[in-house]
Write a protein that binds this ligand. Structure first.
Ligand SMILES: [Zn+2]
Length: 470
C-alpha cells in the first residue's frame, strides 16, 4: 500500500517539474554581479513556495555585517518532542560558460529523453525541489510535518560559501537542530545505491624561490650561480618518497590508517578500475600499499597545480632566471588539522632549501577540514533504512575525494553532523555545459524523502544528543 503522502507527491510530479523549470529559468549565478536579478528572482520563487506551505519565521539570513548573498530561512516546528532537522540546499548556480557548448540555452530548461536540461537543474535546484515538495506533500495530506524542519537555502555555495560561517555564527540559536539533512551533495554512480559518508578537506599556498636579484646571462653566469628552476624542481621532488608517501611526518598527524573493516568495506564496492582509467587514458599511480579507492578516499595528498619561471616564449633565450614559482594544494582526510598539515609541508620545503636560495610563501588558498559522519549516527541509519525500503538494496557507504565545505563548516560551528541526501548523480554535468537531471531521480527522490521523514519521526530525540558537540 502506497503511503498517502507519497501518492500525493507522485501525483503532483507534473507541477513539481513545471515549478522546477520556472526556477531554473532564473539565472541565479552568484559569481556574476550582472545576474543579480536572477538571484533575486530565484529567492522570491523559493520564498513564495515556503510561504504557500505556511513555513514560519521566513527571513533572509546574512552575517552580522549584512554582506553577501542572503540565505533563505523558514521553519515548521510541527512536532513537539520529535527531532528537528536543519534541511540544507542552495539556490545559486555555476556560471553557464562556455555558452557555445550547450545544445540548448542554459536558462531555457527543456526535457529530452527522460532528462531535464538547464544550468543548476542537478546542482542543486532539482534536488532542492524534491525536498521542498516532499514537505509540501506532508502538509497537504497530514496538515503538518512528522518532524520539525528548519530550512536553510544558501545563495553562495557555488562561490565557496564565504558568508556561511558568519551566517551560522550570527544565527546560531535560530539554526539549532539535532542534525543536518542536505539536499546537496551528489550520489556517486547511477548503477549503485550509495550514501556519501565522508569528504576530504583542502588547503593550499604558493611559493617563490629566488637565487639572484635579476635574470642573468647564461654565458656570463652559467655554472657559477644557482638556477631557481632547478632548485624548485628539487624541492617539489622531495615532497614524496619512492613509495609515494609524503616526506613530512608531521603532515600525517591525526591521520588514521584504514581499519581492516574499512578496507573490506571498500574492497566490496563494485569498481571497474580498468575502465575508469581508460576514459582518461591514464594508469593507476599513487602511494604504495593502498588500493585506488583507498588512495582517493582515505589518504591525504599534496599536489603541484602549476610551476613556472624563466623563458617560455618562441625560440631560445640564454637566460638564467632569478626566480621560479609553484602553486600547491593538498587534500586532507579526517583527523588532519588543515593549518598543521599546511605548515608541515611549508616546513619541509624550508628544510630542503639550499643556503644559496631563498623562498617566500604567500597566496593562502583558503582551507577546510575533511569530514566523516559517524558510522552509528542516527540520521545516517535513518538514511540507510529509507534507501533500503525504497530501493530494496542496502546502500554502499562511499566517500568522495573532493571537498564539501558545508559539512565541515556546520560541524565546526554548530557541532552538528550532516547526511547528504541529494538525488543528483555525479554524471549530470554540473559545473559543465548541458547540465541535466534525470526525471527518474524525481520519483526515486520523492519516495526516499518521504521515507526518511518517517524514519526520523521514529528516532528518539535523545539519540542525537551523544553526537552533538555544542
Ligand atoms: Zn551543489
Amino acid at each position: 500500500m502506497t503511503d498517502p503522502v507519497l501518492k500525493h507527491a507522485l501525483d503532483h510530479q507534473p507541477q513539481l517539474i513545471e515549478a522546477l523549470k520556472t526556477l531554473v529559468a532564473c539565472p541565479s549565478v552568484g559569481a556574476d554581479p550582472a545576474m543579480s536579478q536572477g538571484m533575486e528572482d530565484a529567492r522570491q520563487i523559493v520564498e513564495g513556495r515556503l510561504d504557500a506551505m505556511e513555513f514560519q519565521r521566513l527571513q533572509r539570513l546574512t552575517p552580522a555585517d549584512g554582506t553577501g548573498q542572503p540565505a533563505i530561512y523558514g521553519e515548521r516546528m510541527d512536532a513537539p518532542g520529535k527531532p528537528t532537522m536543519l534541511v540544507y540546499a542552495h539556490y545559486d548556480v555555476q556560471p553557464p560558460d562556455p555558452l557555445e557548448k550547450w545544445d540548448t540555452p542554459p536558462f531555457e530548461p527543456v526535457e529530452r529523453d527522460g532528462r531535464l536540461f538547464g544550468r543548476g537543474i542537478s546542482d542543486d535546484k532539482g534536488p532542492m525541489m524534491i525536498a521542498l515538495e516532499t514537505l509540501a506533500a506532508f502538509v497537504a495530506v497530514e496538515g503538518k510535518l512528522p518532524i520539525n524542519v528548519k530550512l536553510l537555502i544558501e545563495g553562495e555555495e557555488e562561490t565557496g560559501s564565504p558568508s556561511l560561517p558568519g551566517i551560522l555564527e550570527t544565527h546560531r540559536e535560530l539554526l539549532d537542530a539535532d542534525a543536518v539533512l542536505s539536499a546537496d551533495g551528489a550520489r556517486w554512480r547511477p548503477d549503485l545505491v550509495a550514501l556519501n559518508v565522508g569528504s576530504r578537506g583542502n588547503a593550499g599556498f604558493e611559493i617563490r624561490v629566488q637565487t639572484a636579484s635579476q635574470d642573468l646571462h647564461s654565458g656570463r653566469y652559467g655554472g657559477i650561480v644557482a638556477n631557481p628552476l632547478h632548485v624548485l624542481s628539487g624541492l617539489i621532488s622531495s615532497l614524496h618518497d619512492d613509495t609515494g608517501h609524503i616526506a613530512a611526518p608531521v603532515f600525517y598527524e591525526g591521520v588514521a590508517e584504514p581499519t581492516n573493516a574499512e578496507r573490506a568495506e571498500i574492497a566490496e564496492i563494485p569498481y571497474d578500475e580498468e575502465s575508469s582509467f581508460e576514459v582518461i587514458d591514464a594508469k593507476p599511480h599513487g602511494e604504495t600499499g593502498y588500493s585506488t579507492l583507498e588512495r582517493l578516499w582515505m589518504r591525504p595528498t599534496v599536489d603541484v597545480n602549476g610551476m613556472w619561471g624563466g623563458y617560455t616564449g618562441a625560440g631560445s633565450k640564454t637566460v638564467i632566471p632569478n626566480e621560479a614559482f609553484a602553486k600547491l594544494t593538498m587534500r586532507l582526510v579526517p583527523g588532519q588539522d588543515p593549518e598543521t598539515a599546511k605548515q608541515a609541508v611549508i616546513q619541509h620545503l624550508k628544510s630542503q632549501l639550499p643556503d644559496y636560495a631563498s623562498m617566500d610563501v604567500y597566496g593562502d588558498r583558503g582551507q577546510g577540514g575533511a569530514y566523516a559522519v559517524p558510522e552509528d549516527h542516527p540520521l545516517l541509519q535513518a538514511a540507510v533504512s529509507a534507501l533500503e525500503q525504497t530501493t530494496g538494496q542496502t546502500p554502499l557507504k562511499v566517500r568522495i575525494g573532493a571537498s564539501l565545505p558545508l559539512t565541515e563548516i556546520v560541524s565546526r560551528i554548530l557541532g552538528l553532523d550532516t547526511v547528504m541526501f541529494s538525488f543528483a548523480l555525479s554524471d549530470e554535468n554540473f559545473h559543465a555545459p548541458n547540465e541535466f537531471f534525470r526525471l527518474s531521480s524525481i520519483t526515486d527522490g520523492l519516495a526516499a524523502w518521504v521515507q526518511i521523514m518517517r524514519q526520523i519521526e521514529a528516532i528518539d530525540r535523545q539519540a542525537f544528543s551523544a553526537f552533538r558537540r555544542t
